[in-house]
Write a new protein. Structure first.
Length: 461
């Protein structure tokens, strides 16, 4: 097991390859959210409100039964290495016959890549959610919804020192410090039951309250708990001295490995972890024009108890004889020890969401409204797909054409300072289809490092 030695290459490959391919910053699986810059948390109702605000499961249009069809929302982004740089240096060079050959980096190419880092640490994150199935039924006494939501997410903090070391080696006199390295990646599935009800304040102001209980199954996790490792090469003696200090934990189902070690997807793989989570929410319709919502989502944890493993390294080292057995001895200590552990626990991606909606009634036509939305999201931890960096979204929705709504929004915070969103919604009797995207830069140029997409549809009865 050469985990420590291979970690720089693994992290760099994951960051360079994943950022351009996946998709921008979603709060749930509703494409209505994505197209409005994650600002419409207070506007979504019915099944679109699952994983956003359980109180808003209560429909506002008399719907009794609703079924959702594979809602999908995804985001991915990095604050370094945009797609243009990736495409220039890491996809090969066309030869005279039009075939692509490997690109060999010279010193200036390597420095150009390093200049994409805006600070000493680069960050990459992704969060993909899709609903396998969801349904709800609403009565005058209560609204009940059930859902199955799959999620994969990752957070990576990648020190620039890693890239420098890989490109130029251990330069004499230079200290390489990797202590800011962070990795968190997980694959989970939620089985949720939501209960919501409408009450009346002062007999006229609608107040919605709701709660969700989730059974969480975990299928894979890798987390780098600590990586306080560094080393220096003496410019005169060329002695390498440093510290290897690492703790990593992981667990994963083996159901996705088929014959001959080929990837095999199973609809219901064997979980290696389990836990519970809860969502709480409330929504107040102040008057015809103003409404506001509040929710706490994904409060809870998951315990990984099957096949749990830990990798540790804790060693001060010095290398002054590169030809002796000392190198092999120190290398074995740098690789760390891997062993079974009974279990370990990780928190769910808990967050607070506060939202508001201003609606201009009877515009552009009677019984329609022009909506202006705002939402604030504060994550409570930095586990996979989550962030303690707050995000603020503002947006608007207007049904310019009959049964066709146009949406625009902007999101501030997260891994990118500003991301624009656009979307469209089609409403045909009892069928609704929403499509949204954030960060329209990929459609205009190759200078992008974050993208998003969302698609959701449901039938109402």
């Amino acid at each position: 097991m050469h985990a420590l030695r291979r970690l720089p290459l693994i992290l760099l490959a994951a960051s360079l390859c994943a950022a351009p391919r996946v998709s921008a910053q979603t709060i749930g699986t509703s494409a209505r959210l994505t197209g409005m810059g994650n600002s419409s948390a207070g506007l979504v109702r019915g099944l679109d409100a699952l994983n956003v605000n359980p109180a808003q499961l209560v429909p506002n249009d008399g719907v009794v039964v609703s079924f959702s069809v594979l809602p999908f929302g995804a985001q991915a982004g990095a604050d370094f290495m945009d797609y243009a740089t990736y495409n220039q240096f890491f996809t090969g060079t066309a030869n005279a016959k039009g075939k692509r050959e490997p690109t060999y980096l010279n010193t200036e190419d390597k420095r150009a890549i390093l200049r994409t880092f805006k600070s000493d640490v680069g960050h990459f994150t992704h969060d993909i959610r899709y609903g396998l199935a969801s349904a709800m039924i609403s009565t005058r006494y209560m609204t009940i919804g059930v859902g199955i939501t799959e999620r994969t997410g990752s957070n990576v903090a990648f020190p620039q020192s890693f890239a420098e070391f890989m490109f130029f080696g251990n330069e004499p006199g230079k200290t390489f410090d990797f202590s800011e390295t962070e990795v968190s990646s997980s694959w989970t599935r939620d089985y949720s039951l939501t209960v919501a009800q409408e009450f009346r304040l002062y007999r006229r102001i609608p107040l919605l309250v709701g709660a969700t209980l989730k059974l969480v199954h975990g299928y894979g996790y890798f987390g780098l708990e600590r990586f306080n490792s560094s080393f220096t090469t003496d410019p005169e003696t060329f002695e390498v001295s440093g510290t290897a200090d690492m703790i990593a934990r992981y667990a994963g189902t083996k159901d996705w490995i088929g014959e001959n070690n080929r990837f095999h997807y199973s609809l219901f793989p064997t979980p290696v972890g389990s836990g519970f989570g809860v969502d709480f929410g409330a929504h107040l319709q102040i008057n015809r024009m103003f409404s506001a919502g509040f929710s706490l989502v994904d409060l809870g944890s998951i315990t990984w108890e099957k096949g749990a493993r830990e990798i540790t390294a804790n060693e001060d080292f010095a290398i002054d004889d590169i030809t002796g057995n000392q190198v092999d001895e120190i290398q074995s200590r740098l690789d760390g020890r891997e062993y079974d552990i009974p279990s370990f626990s990780t928190p769910l991606p808990a967050a607070l969401i506060i939202s508001g909606v201003l609606s201009v009634p009877d515009f552009p036509r009677r019984h329609k409204a022009w909506h202006f939305t705002a939402a604030y999201r504060q994550g409570f931890n930095d586990v996979a797909g989550n962030s303690t960096s707050p995000r603020v979204g503002i947006g608007t929705e207007l049904e310019l054409l009959y049964n066709v709504a146009f949406r625009f929004g902007v999101n501030f915070g997260g891994i990118r300072p500003v991301i624009l969103g656009v979307g469209v919604g089609f409403i045909a009797d009892n069928y609704k289809l929403d499509i949204g995207t954030m960060d329209i830069t990929p459609h205009l140029s190759e200078s992008f490092s974050a993208v998003a997409v969302g698609v959701s549809m449901h039938w109402d009865i």
